[in-house]
Write a protein of this length. Structure first.
Length: 113
């Protein structure tokens, strides 16, 4: 078992930046990959970014060039740097592990003027 706690969400104006962090209750070095997903009401949860244990990354087309995912195994954290935010980025953002799968409770990101 592992507990994941997200932080860093909030309200930001279009064009602004936020940095989300996900802290795990134990070592994340055993997980093949870590990821960030997001969900808006009435829609399916979608992958935003993923990073493997060796540092390979992949991103949703909608966030490429604006978002950067990183992991720090020593600190048991995964972060998502979000720049040039758009109103369509508004969602609840969730941190997750892969193999096995665990999910955090989510953090709200709202992009609005």
């Amino acid at each position: 078992q592992v507990q994941l706690v997200e932080s860093g969400g909030g309200l930001v104006q279009p064009g602004g930046s936020l940095r989300l962090s996900c802290t795990a209750s134990r070592s994340i070095s055993s997980f093949y990959a870590m990821g960030w997903h997001r969900q808006t009401p009435g829609k399916q949860r979608e992958l935003v970014a993923r990073i493997t244990i060796v540092g390979s990354t992949n991103y949703a087309d909608s966030v490429k060039g604006r978002f950067t995912i990183s992991r720090d195994n020593a600190k048991n954290t995964v972060s998502l740097q979000m720049n040039s935010l758009k109103p369509e980025d508004t969602a609840v953002y969730y941190c997750n592990t892969y193999s096995p799968d665990y999910w955090g409770q989510g953090t709200q990101v709202t992009v609005s003027s």
